[in-house]
Design a protein around this ligand. Structure first.
Ligand SMILES: Nc1ncnc2c1ncn2[C@@H]1O[C@H](COP(=O)(O)OP(=O)(O)OP(=O)(O)O)[C@@H](O)[C@H]1O
Ligand SMILES: [Mg+2]
Length: 248
């Protein structure tokens, strides 16, 4: 937990607009994430969470400031998205999807692939037969486990999970979050969890930032922030969290 694995400094991200000044979605954000941390980015819809996530993965250009991983090659930063089912090729079995990742990135010799796929399924808590299934035959939670397995196939050091459980039922949410928490420990991963839902972040994150309209309004140790929110925005967010927090 010494040096940060990710340092974000004065990050500004703008979206161009035809004939107008660009829209500034992220307005000078600084934070760092330590190795093996479970770090939360929370805030209401439109506050800039996904914009930051995409910039961290190189999917969006940075307008100003910087976001740098320390000694982490680009392929070792993997994303997991909200729409797990939609992100899987409906015409490929789960086994074929995982085999494709392993072959395209040359991650394991052909003869070892089948075994590697079984190991990945096991790691995300799915039975081996799932390799023969198509995405439509799986539940949302199972598809999200496959997205996580696909990310794990790349031997990531960092996983950026953008609303990974917001499409799932509350009971399934808890299980997927627990899986991420287990994987973090077993694989020594660093996880950035992005959610509009404080109850989700609260269950697993060590530290978090709270964003509002492109800026960080509060930050700190998760327990402290939840026990004693300083900023009126965070106080309101917490007040709006229904009792589902109790479900975890
Ligand atoms: N491609 C784009 N072009 C222009 N504006 C965009 C684009 N993508 C996002 N925005 C705007 O940037 C702001 C931040 O969007 P972003 O998707 O990062 O929010 P978010 O916090 O992830 O929200 P949500 O919780 O709904 O996913 C919003 O005002 C959004 O309308
Ligand atoms: Mg988003």
């Amino acid at each position: 937990m010494a040096d940060p694995i990710l340092t974000v400094k004065d990050l500004v991200i703008e979206y161009p607009r035809a004939g107008e000044t660009p829209f500034r979605a992220v307005k000078g954000v600084s934070f760092d994430v330590k190795e093996n941390e479970f770090f939360g980015i929370v805030g209401e819809s439109g506050c800039g969470k996904s914009t930051i996530a995409k910039a961290l993965c190189g999917l969006l250009p940075i307008t100003a400031g910087s976001a740098q991983f320390r000694d982490v090659p680009a392929h070792a930063v993997q994303m997991v998205f909200q729409d797990a089912t939609g992100s899987l090729n409906p015409r490929m079995t789960i086994g074929q999807t995982l085999a494709e990742v392993l072959s395209v990135y040359n991650l394991c010799p052909r003869e070892a692939r089948a075994e590697k796929i079984q190991q990945l399924l096991d790691e995300v808590g799915l039975p081996g037969e799932v390799a023969q299934a198509y995405p439509r035959e799986l539940s949302g939670g199972q598809c999200q486990r496959i997205s996580i397995a696909r990310a794990l196939a790349m031997n990531p050091r960092v996983i950026i999970a953008d609303e990974p459980v917001s499409a799932l039922d509350v009971s399934v949410q808890a299980r997927v979050l627990n899986l991420l928490a287990d994987l973090r420990l077993r694989r020594n991963l660093t996880i950035l969890l992005i959610s509009h839902d404080l109850a989700v972040v609260r269950t697993v994150c060590n530290r978090l930032i709270v964003m509002n309209a492109g800026e960080i309004v509060e930050r700190g140790d998760a327990k402290t922030v939840f026990a004693n929110p300083q900023h009126p925005y965070t106080q309101n967010l917490l007040a709006a969290v229904p009792d589902i927090a109790e479900a975890y």
